[in-house]
Design a binder for this molecule. Structure first.
Ligand code: GLN
Length: 196
């Protein structure tokens, strides 16, 4: 079994925990404290409101310990707000949060809540079936560093990226019935655990 944590301060963490509970070999764990963080081998940063989650990370003294775990190799996956938390640059803003991934993201890039939408597409690296994609006030990625792999684009906008142990998606696999993205992340965590 691998312990996979979901940051449980705000946002869609219950939905991620539920999907993880459907997968074999995974023990889903809520992460709210440094003690919780020490027990896990991979971390999901859920969708929600990145400014709120960023502030709560500071209030709960989790920012530095999370940066420490990720820079020393722990796999992490940010969905939507989680992608914003990971980015080294937020376009048109003078702040960022964990500042780990070599990407520039634009918040609310698709417009307001009314412009939220669902679609589906093939992402061969993750699944041989079409994957349903849910976008809710989603960011997109405007620039990537040379060490960042683009996994998926939609209408020429980058919506899924990977940089070594870090994965980020503009959309919310936790709000669908599809397990493929979570399975992909679990494989990243298990491969990492086996390589140590
Ligand atoms: N718009 C939100 C933000 O900027 C992200 C939305 C989401 O996670 N669904 O933080």
């Amino acid at each position: 079994m691998v312990n996979i944590g979901v940051l449980a301060l705000q946002g869609s963490f219950r939905e991620h925990l539920h999907i993880l509970s459907l997968l074999e070999r995974v023990n889903p764990c809520e992460v709210k404290t440094v003690g919780d963080l020490e027990k896990i081998s991979g971390l999901i940063l859920p969708g929600g409101e990145s400014t709120t989650i960023g502030k709560l990370l500071k209030d709960f003294d989790l920012t530095e310990p999370i940066i420490q775990r990720i820079t020393t190799g722990m796999p992490v996956w940010g969905t939507c707000a989680g992608m914003i938390l990971l980015a080294k640059e937020i376009v048109d803003e003078d702040y960022c949060h964990l500042e780990l991934m070599d990407i520039a993201v634009r918040r609310n890039a698709y417009g307001s809540q009314l412009e939220s939408f669902n679609t589906a597409m093939n992402i061969p690296q993750v699944s041989d079936k079409k994957i349903p994609l849910v976008f809710i006030r989603a960011p997109w990625v405007e620039r990537v560093g040379a060490n960042v792999q683009v996994m998926a684009t939609l209408n020429n906008r980058i919506i899924a990226v990977q940089q070594q142990n870090m994965l980020a998606t503009s959309f919310h696999p936790e709000l669908t019935q599809d397990l493929s993205f979570h399975s992909y992340f679990v494989k990243m965590v298990i491969d990492k655990a086996n390589s140590i």
